[in-house]
Design a protein around this ligand. Structure first.
Ligand SMILES: Cc1cc2nc3c(=O)[nH]c(=O)nc-3n(C[C@H](O)[C@H](O)[C@H](O)COP(=O)(O)OP(=O)(O)OC[C@H]3O[C@@H](n4cnc5c(N)ncnc54)[C@H](O)[C@@H]3O)c2cc1C
Length: 380
């Protein structure tokens, strides 16, 4: 009898964690096909490392060709069509069909959705955008910097706050801080709504560093002529350097699959099942209710692994999703804090804060290296 085939679409946080868990548990007794169009995996936080010159771009790409796991085959190709009813995809390398399909294709970014952003500003959420900013920042000679979010939802809600704090350090080290301003425009009322402690610590850090905090607003456009960022209520903010978070949406192939409702894939928040039998979705591509961040995609993938295992082994008990995630938060000055948040518990989301400290900065490094070890190496 041939092994059950699991088709995993997308090798980001969610797809890598799911494939690793299934390979660990079933080895050659399962047939996992993991598909991604990219050459390798890059952590979201590595974009900030490259942009601020803390790491070279060549150090942050983890090539998928290094994946070496029993029962798992990685295919680098672009998915062109998804047929959820038949658990089948069309790709540039032909068609693939599975007994079970898991959509983990993340959120795409659309800088062109914000008028003026491409012509008169920069964005730090795509890999090319963040990597190009390294040279842009190196050539910057001081002035008004605006860090701004253009639409909701957006990945890693702490990332714009981290960017403002790291920018403060960067401009200070280069002797440019005195002749620069930093303004942070965010749609949220506080930096991290579920954690009053984390929000309070960030607001204090902004105040101590002279970072101007503009809550509850979005950037709707940039006006290249006047060199101003236009805010949602019509106000104009002058800038010399604009660093934006672009609009997010599902990849076009997901939109065309008919799986989305109001822009994202709805799932059962406990099991991550979609409306289609034996089709699951995890991570940023869903509307599950947690923030769009890798740690939540990873937690959802772990649950789907148990759901799939229970289909393969009647004795295996499926686990349901608890909406828990722990995020690291860069405070600048080489200090990192940790925020643990729980969503979906039936009550308002809650979160606590540890740090910031140098010890947690070391933990963040370990968080990254341990994932690369588990996801890529045959010995896990
Ligand atoms: C600046 C920044 C900092 C961040 N910091 C953190 C952090 O500190 N902690 C944290 O947890 N999260 C962080 N994030 C968020 C995190 O990167 C994402 O939320 C996470 O990667 C989502 O995981 P995912 O598996 O849902 O999707 P992704 O990791 O985005 O994976 C989706 C995959 O699908 C592939 N794909 C898409 N379309 C196709 C197609 N048609 N064919 C084939 N392949 C396709 C993509 O190539 C991609 O590899 C950060 C993000 C940014 C931008």
């Amino acid at each position: 009898m041939s092994a059950m085939r699991i088709l995993v679409l997308g090798a980001g946080f969610g797809g890598l964690e799911l494939s690793t868990r299934l390979s660990e548990q079933f080895g050659q007794d399962i047939d996992i096909v993991l598909i991604d169009q990219s050459e390798g995996f890059i952590f979201g936080f590595s974009k900030l490392d490259v942009m601020f010159g803390r790491k070279p771009a060549s150090d942050v790409l983890h090539p998928y060709r290094d994946i070496d796991k029993p029962g798992l085959r990685f295919v680098q190709t672009t998915i062109r069509a998804i047929d959820p009813a038949n658990k089948r995809v069309e790709t540039d390398s032909g068609a693939f069909e599975g007994d079970i399909m898991v959509v983990a294709l993340g959120a795409d970014l659309d800088p062109s959705a914000t008028p003026g952003l491409l012509e008169a500003g920069h964005e730090f959420y795509t890999v090319p955008g963040a990597f190009a900013l390294r040279d842009v920042l190196a050539a910057f000679d001081g002035g008004h910097v605006v860090v701004g979010v253009t639409s909701t939802p957006f990945k890693c809600p702490p990332a714009p706050s981290e960017t403002a704090l790291l920018l403060h350090d960067y401009l200070t080290e280069r002797g440019l801080r005195d002749r620069s301003t930093i303004s942070l425009v965010m749609p949220l009322g506080v930096p991290i709504p579920p954690s009053p402690a984390a929000s309070g610590a960030l607001l204090l850090a902004f105040a101590e560093r002279g970072i101007d905090w503009h809550p509850g607003r979005l950037i709707t456009s940039l006006d290249p002529e006047r060199k101003v960022a236009v805010l949602s209520e019509g106000a104009a903010m002058p800038y010399d350097l604009f660093l934006g978070v672009p609009a997010h949406r599902v990849p076009p192939v997901v939109e065309e699959s008919g799986m989305t409702v109001d822009g994202w894939i709805p799932v059962n928040p406990l099991t991550l099942e979609t409306a289609f039998p034996d089709v699951y979705a995890v991570g940023d591509v869903t509307s599950v209710g947690t923030p769009k961040a890798g740690v939540f995609s990873e937690g959802q993938a772990a649950v789907v692994a148990t759901q799939i295992a229970s289909k393969l082994h009647a004795a295996s008990t499926p686990v349901t999703y608890d909406g828990h995630g722990t995020c690291y938060l860069e405070f600048g000055q080489d200090l990192v804090a940790r925020v643990s948040v729980t969503f979906l518990s039936g009550a308002a989301p809650v979160g606590d804060l540890e740090g910031p400290s140098a010890a947690i900065a070391a933990d963040k490094v370990e968080f990254g290296t341990s994932r690369i070890q588990r996801w890529f190496s045959g010995i896990s």
